[in-house]
Design a protein around this ligand. Sequence first.
Ligand SMILES: Nc1ncnc2c1ncn2[C@@H]1O[C@H](COP(=O)(O)OP(=O)(O)OP(=O)(O)O)[C@@H](O)[C@H]1O
Ligand SMILES: [Mg+2]
Length: 233
Amino acid sequence: MSLIKLSHISKTFKLDTVDVNAVVDVSLAVERGEFVAIMGHSGSGKSTLMNIVGLLDRPTSGEYRLDGNVVSTSMSDGAQAKLRSGFIGFVFQNFNLLPNMTTLGNVALPAMYAKGTPTTPDPSSGRRGGANDRAKKLLEQVGLSHRLKSRPNQLSGGERQRVAIARALMNEPKVLLADEPTGNLDTKSGQEIMTILEGLNKAGMTILLVTHNDELAERTHRTVRMKDGRIIV
Ligand SMILES: Nc1ncnc2c1ncn2[C@@H]1O[C@H](COP(=O)(O)OP(=O)(O)OP(=O)(O)O)[C@@H](O)[C@H]1O
Ligand SMILES: [Mg+2]
């Protein structure tokens, strides 16, 4: 059973007078432990597809099976959010860190939203302590133990992206979705992020990586190419 199985997935955005067919009849299976690059010109539907896979958006038609579960289009937002927090880790091009929180706080945050944990936890609770311990371990894994108390604006772009990766791993996702994670980084920082992703994949993580960079795509197991919303071969 594939971890991700998309069958004839389409997504149409209805604007005032026109329909935008952002994703058109996409069928794609991703197996556990795979590292897949998604490439294609700007506007070809890569982010739209990633958002559907990541349960941030719903397809207009088609069937999506995540770990065998049919992700029904009628699933409530709450149910979908719960599924997302248990299965999916996201890394974005622009990091999406909370500016007023420390590195440690940003990484620990997803634990507060997961598994029914209250959103305003008692700071003295053991749960919060557990989350902070795990966040510290993840930050150590991405080489940022010395930046626990820094805020995002005190970090370099590469460091911010490493924080975002640690945050994405906080809830032990089954799949990591990275949408142009190196798009705002210089070559060296981009290579470092790629090396971290490779290490995670070698340890078993399934990864989908959107990139415009051929060299990075070559370091994955296979490349899926999109054009005008479709997968092309
Ligand atoms: N929320 C939306 N409402 C309307 N149209 C949208 C929306 N999101 C995306 N689109 C359109 O869908 C198409 C695919 O967009 P998408 O963001 O998936 O492309 P992309 O391949 O990720 O491009 P890029 O490489 O520039 O990030 C584009 O034509 C875009 O304008
Ligand atoms: Mg995009």
